[in-house]
Design a protein around this ligand. Structure first.
Ligand code: SAH
Length: 263
């Protein structure tokens, strides 16, 4: 069996219990060496064969996986964060499917969740934003024109930008062009949950200079939005005046009691 496993954002104890067990049982591990914490490999058995995919092509990764499967070995493909985001797993899964090889996916904690924890942030604040846009600047991988940063910025929803730390000047310009006021709160979270984590708070306009001053050039997420600072409305779910599926209202404001199942 081949399992794609989310390694979590960095800290060794932020892999899931299932992911940990899969690593302990694995005969072969192919890990994304550019971002996965190598400390996780200490969970592997002494005789486990370990490959760093940072130095391999898709074909080489597939060869290791299919050969392992032929020998009935337990293969773990270890991706950073959760494999569903910028993980390049679809092409691996399709190739396995084409050969009739079964696989499973074990989710992980994505770095955008690690960054929220580092910031002490809630991405979805009532009255401010109820949506999170996860995106990136175009790099060697293009981004469809319909998904330009400026077009998302027009919504002024919370935005988490991956893979773009080397393009912060352009990112600022796009965010402002799209409609975020230049003084909208922003943050750069470098290596969220790693021991060397850095949380840099700034504004949409000062992203580039902030990263430069702190020497941050990669492995960071950019978080943008008014959820980072200032006023918001309290939740309906925990409001004493609202009845929910699980709780009866204890106070009724202005005779207007609505029933809310969610926030
Ligand atoms: N699947 C991963 C993302 C892989 S893309 C996930 O779910 O997190 C790689 C990009 O993710 C990096 O360029 C960086 O933008 C971001 N990233 C990964 N780990 C990070 C961390 N611990 N802190 C901040 N950003 C991180």
């Amino acid at each position: 069996m081949i399992t794609f496993v989310g390694a979590g954002p960095g800290a060794e104890d932020l892999i899931t219990v299932r992911g940990q067990r899969l690593l302990q049982d694995a005969d072969i591990v192919v890990y994304a060496g550019s971002l996965v914490n190598p400390g996780l490999l200490s969970l592997c058995r002494e005789d486990c064969q370990v490959y760093n995919s940072a130095k391999m092509t898709l074909e080489e990764v597939l060869d290791v996986m299919t050969e392992g499967e032929r020998e009935r070995k337990r293969v773990v493909r270890l991706h950073t964060g959760d494999p569903c985001l910028y993980g390049a797993i679809r092409e691996q899964m399709d190739a396995l499917e084409a050969q009739g090889i079964p696989y499973e996916v074990c989710p992980g904690v994505s770095s955008f969740c690690g960054a929220a924890a580092a910031l002490g942030a809630e991405y979805t604040l009532p009255g401010i934003s109820q949506s999170v846009v996860i995106t990136r600047m175009a790099g060697r991988t293009p981004v469809p024109e319909k998904e330009s940063i400026a077009s998302f910025a027009a919504h002024q929803a919370t935005m988490v930008v991956f893979l773009s730390t080397g393009m912060l000047k352009e990112l600022s310009a796009e965010l402002i062009r799209g409609g975020y006021p230049a003084d909208t709160p922003a943050a750069i979270v470098y290596k969220a949950t790693w021991p060397e984590e850095k949380v840099l708070r700034c504004t949409v306009e000062t992203l580039e200079e902030t990263a430069r001053e702190e020497g941050v050039t990669k492995t960071a997420l950019i978080v943008v939005g008014r959820i980072l600072e200032g006023e918001y409305e309290r939740s309906k779910l925990y409001d004493p005046a609202f009845t929910t599926e699980f709780r009866q209202a204890s106070a009724v404001p202005d005779g207007d009691q609505r029933k809310e199942g969610q926030q």
